[in-house]
Design a protein around this ligand. Structure first.
Ligand SMILES: *Cc1c(COP(=O)(O)O)cnc(C)c1O
Length: 360
């Protein structure tokens, strides 16, 4: 298959913009006259230091992260943060968790090992097809933080508001960071695995309020301590150098394409193309309720396993790849991250209409 003929709808790791990959390819063997690849460089070298500082500065600029918050570039994926949050921020106290999908359920389970987890909302009874409303959240008075997952990658739902709480917020933005403006002053911590909207797998971006760092449990490993990682500027040990380099290229691309506001605008256009088909369909059953559906992951099925499989196979024949749903939901899922061109969403929408015409 030729790259030109393919649109990759994978949920993560996921598509990167072609120009970003071309830039990386052009610099692969000899990074800007250093005579070596970024892959081969010491993380303490001046050349890598510049890459690292540029990536951090670009994140701060594009996401408008205030000086009150530290940016950490870590390893271990979003999954490691489930425990790190428990060790560093919960640390024997209590916190409220909204469970709106698999990742928030796992985060709550993991945090229980390090303190009291109260379930502020749980949407599992309807198959995580929705986001709780503000007045449904059961908030406890002494919570150290309110935890939620902004975009539920598997189920295709997304919080379209920041919860109002007395305590600060902690949020998993793995699948919608860099797609909308965020007021970080309300957040104790935001984290995101890079492999959805930012970079290859292996890098996790953590944005943490400096004033909340340092109260971790004594058993916290150094590598999971926000205090230690902030003090060492994420270089206690070797950072994920290549991923950080790719992140810096991706952030240049985001800037060239209108920044976060540009991403926000384009995600709406892309998602609308697919939701328009679902809204007028007699074949497809959307998984998420209309008011809570995600701009990033569009989830639907035909209600019939064999027909879903036929849809996925037919899509692949047209170069529309990885539209099979997650194993817990079945059906289809089209992930429309920052790197997905509008053209890809248009091709998939056309195919959905054609497939429907042949099967109703
Ligand atoms: C992908 C994803 C995760 C898991 O990320 P890993 O990097 O594999 O640990 C967690 N939360 C959300 C919202 C995700 O999309």
């Amino acid at each position: 298959m030729k790259r030109e003929d393919v649109f990759n709808f994978a949920a993560g790791p996921s598509a990167m913009p072609r120009s970003v990959l071309e830039k990386a390819a052009a610099e692969l063997l000899n990074y800007r006259g250093t005579g070596m690849s970024v892959m081969e460089m010491s993380h303490r070298s001046a050349a890598f230091r510049e890459i690292f500082d540029t990536a951090k500065a670009s994140l701060r600029e594009l996401l408008n992260v205030p000086d009150s918050h530290e940016i950490l570039l870590l390893q271990g994926g979003a999954t490691l943060q489930f425990a790190a949050i428990g060790m560093n921020l919960l640390a024997g106290g209590a916190a409220d968790y909204a469970v709106t999908g698999r990742f928030s359920a796992r985060a709550a389970e993991e945090a229980k090992k390090y303190g009291t987890v109260r379930i502020a909302a749980d949407t599992s009874s309807t198959g995580h097809d929705r986001i709780p409303k503000q007045d449904e959240l059961s908030l406890s008075p002494n919570a150290k933080y309110f935890y939620y997952c902004a975009n539920n990658t598997i189920y295709g739902t997304e919080w379209h508001y920041d919860p109002e709480t007395a305590c600060p917020l902690v949020c998993d933005m793995s699948s919608d960071i860099l797609t909308r403006p965020v007021d970080f002053s309300r957040f104790a911590l935001v984290y995101a695995g890079a492999q959805k909207n930012m970079a290859p797998a292996g890098l996790t971006v953590v944005i943490v309020d400096r004033s909340l760092v340092g109260g971790e449990l004594p058993c916290t490993p150094e590598i999971m301590s926000y205090k230690v990682m902030a003090e060492t500027d994420s270089m206690l040990n070797t950072p994920p150098c290549w991923c950080i380099y790719m992140l810096s290229l991706m952030l240049d691309w985001v800037r060239e394409n209108g920044g976060v506001a540009g991403m926000d605008e384009r995600k709406r256009e892309r998602a609308a193309l697919l939701y328009d088909v679902l809204d007028s369909s007699r074949l497809y059953l959307p998984h998420a309720r209309r008011e809570d559906r995600s701009f990033m992951n569009v989830t639907f099925s035909t209600g019939k396993k064999e027909l879903d499989a036929e849809f996925v196979a037919g899509a692949a024949q047209r170069g529309l790849l990885s539209v099979k749903g997650h194993k817990v939901t079945g059906g289809m899922r089209a992930s429309l991250y920052n790197a997905m061109p509008l053209e890809g969403a248009r091709k998939l929408a056309d195919y959905m209409r054609e497939f429907e015409a042949e099967h109703v």
